[in-house]
Design a protein around this ligand. Structure first.
Ligand SMILES: [Ca+2]
Ligand SMILES: [Ca+2]
Length: 181
């Protein structure tokens, strides 16, 4: 798929990612992403885990994951569910001293795993934000439908009295007619 994100951002499965090659603390990195309308990356599949780490050629990078607020409860900075993790063996560890999570990358025999470290460490990072499919022609909503953007996706809403039927908004009377046939 052609890159449909803004310049300096790359598209992957409903989101745009931008890489920052200088290092910073976890909080400053998250702050930099926030000024771009984005967050440090949350990861929800191994495919995304590999993609995000490949952006930096396997170097260590921050993820949006931390247990800063409640020790032992890791949350993503973009508030998406914690439904995937890829901790290295015996991680997370050290508890109160290590509240922020970075990727180990794939250099020096590392295998895309994650490690918790001190939040003031300096790591490179990427920013992740939703791609708004409704602002261009990358959505396939019928002309009479309204495109509704959502985090990581979008949907098509037909006018009242119509239902989305494949790539068309079909009047409800047409559905009843099918039933009578
Ligand atoms: Ca901790
Ligand atoms: Ca979207």
């Amino acid at each position: 798929m052609a890159n449909i994100c803004q310049e300096d951002w790359t598209y992957f499965k409903g989101y745009c990612y931008s890489k920052v090659s200088s290092c910073d603390s976890w909080s400053s990195s998250q702050g930099t992403c926030a000024t771009l309308g984005a967050n440090l990356p949350s990861i929800h599949s191994q495919e995304e885990n590999v993609y995000v780490q490949s952006l930096h050629g396997g170097e260590h990078t921050w993820l949006g994951l931390s247990d800063i607020n409640t020790e032992g409860t890791f949350v993503w900075s973009d508030e998406t569910p914690f439904d995937f993790h890829y901790w290295a063996n015996h991680k997370p560890n050290k508890f109160h001293k290590e509240d922020c999570v970075h990727t180990l990358g794939f250099l020096q025999d590392h295998k895309y795993e994650w490690n918790d470290v001190n939040c003031t460490n300096c790591h490179r990072f990427s920013c992740k934000k939703d791609y708004n499919e409704c602002t261009d022609f990358s959505n396939d909503c019928p002309v009479d439908a309204t495109c509704v953007n959502s985090d990581g996706s979008y949907s098509c809403r037909c006018p009242v009295g119509y239902l989305l039927d494949g790539n068309n908004c079909t009047g409800l009377y047409a559905f009843s007619y099918h039933l009578l046939e």
